[in-house]
Design a protein around this ligand. Structure first.
Ligand SMILES: Cc1ncc(COP(=O)(O)OP(=O)(O)O)c(N)n1
Ligand SMILES: Cc1nc(C(=O)O)sc1CCOP(=O)(O)O
Length: 393
């Protein structure tokens, strides 16, 4: 009706048809502020409270869901959209991207919502995915110079060009780093009489491709010191170091990122704190959790427990079938975790399921006397399994 550039695309003569015939049939309506105002007889929309009011009034005209887009809201640092489903309001915020290339954002958002709904997503998820796509495309296209108008179009093909939704980052994360993911356990290393740093050095020498520092007992000060020492070892070998749960320790040590669980800091908050360059992993047992991790800006998911484990208490097992289900639906690379060792790692990798990039292990490396030998053994086994799975495909 009214484009982002302010052009009136549908005159007043068809407003009544919109209100009386189209809106009652609609599953969702996604007006910008000017359109919402026009549909509601020219009411003033200047604040987020006005947008909530407009969403409610539009909902009363018949659509099942309303998304009032606040991109044009005056004096707002964030881009705030209001989603209303007749029961609950959701304030969906994203940072404002300064660019002239905004032509087509409304159509793209609506088309992306439709595509996500067609794939079976619930409405709010579809809206969130679409918002993230538009935001990502805006960021990607912000400096492109094309055409002579005041506004330029943005570029939808970013994924084809970049091969990733997180294009604007400086190669922070390579999914193949998940191949042999060593997760430390201070209790196990203490039991075998070695420091965490020595254990990490041995695992890297044996072929670990990424390391996560996981210590459930250490205080923040000790955890930070260990993180700094491990980071020196990891950096000297070009292996990323992630911190389990503690975003503060990741920030203070300048580690490469964090791994968070479902009851830890949400990925979206961690992303805001850590910025675009750091790696974020999220533990997921279900398709919904995997989708949420992607929306929240995670880089990969850890999926398990594939098998039962003594390392983590009361950890529900999802088995190979659960792993396959999540991997097949995930938009992010996946590392399998839980009870994986040299007797079953081959089975996991030979499945050759989409997005599965490797295995994460704790006790198979660190509850052993010789970390170097165990890591080498597991690495060789994974190499063999992944080469035979690629022959099968
Ligand atoms: C790679 C990887 N996957 C899953 C987990 C489990 O994380 P979380 O659910 O936060 O449980 P704790 O590790 O905190 O016990 C992980 N750490 N790493
Ligand atoms: C830390 C952790 N997270 C899991 C999950 O399922 O999310 S299983 C697990 C422990 C994995 O240890 P091990 O390799 O010794 O079985």
């Amino acid at each position: 009706m009214v484009s982002t550039s302010g052009d009136v695309l549908a005159g007043p003569s068809i407003l009544s048809t919109f209100r009386e015939e189209l809106l009652p049939m609609a599953n969702i309506v996604t007006p910008n502020i000017k359109e919402a105002s026009a549909l509601l007889g020219g009411i003033r929309l200047e604040t987020v409270a006005d947008m909530r009011n407009a969403a409610e009034l539009l909902h009363a005209l018949g659509p099942r869901n309303v998304l009032v887009k606040g991109g044009d809201l005056p004096d707002s640092l964030d881009a705030v959209d209001i989603f209303f489903n007749g029961e609950h309001f959701y304030e969906l915020r994203s940072s404002r991207i300064k660019t002239r290339n905004t032509h087509g954002t409304g159509c793209t958002l609506a088309s992306c919502i439709a595509a996500e709904l067609a794939k079976g997503s619930p409405m709010l998820t579809a809206v969130r995915v679409a918002k993230r796509y538009v935001e990502t495309a805006l960021e990607y296209s912000k400096d492109i110079l094309i055409g002579n108008g005041i506004q330029g179009p943005f570029d939808h093909l970013l994924r084809l060009k970049s091969g990733s939704h997180s294009f604007h980052r400086k190669d922070a994360f390579n999914p193949s780093d998940l191949f042999l993911y060593a997760v430390t356990d201070s209790g196990m290393n203490k039991k075998w009489g070695r420091s965490t740093v020595d254990a990490v050095a041995a695992a890297i020498q044996g072929g670990a491709t990424i390391v996560q520092l996981r210590d459930k007992d250490a205080g923040t000060k000790d955890f930070l010191e260990t993180a700094k020492s491990c980071l020196a070892v990891c950096r000297s070998h070009g292996v990323p170091l992630l911190i389990n749960d503690c975003v503060d320790v990741a920030l203070a040590s300048d580690a490469d990122g964090v791994h968070v669980g479902q009851s830890d800091m949400p990925a979206t908050v961690a992303r805001t704190l850590l910025g675009p360059e750091k790696i974020i992993g999220v533990s997921c047992k279900t398709i919904e959790q995997a989708q949420q991790a992607w929306i929240g800006g995670a880089d990969y998911i850890g999926c398990g427990g594939v098998y039962s484990t003594n390392t983590k208490a009361n950890n529900p097992t999802i088995g190979l079938d659960g792993l396959k289900t999540v991997c097949s639906a995930s938009k992010l690379p996946v590392v399998a975790i839980g009870g994986i060792n040299d007797s079953n790692a081959g089975t996991v990798m030979e499945m050759g399921v989409p997005n599965l990039k490797g295995v994460a292990v704790v006790s198979a490396l660190f509850d052993r006397e010789n970390v170097l030998a165990e890591t080498k053994k597991l690495h060789a086994l994974l190499m063999e399994a992944s080469s035979s799975s690629s022959k099968i495909q």
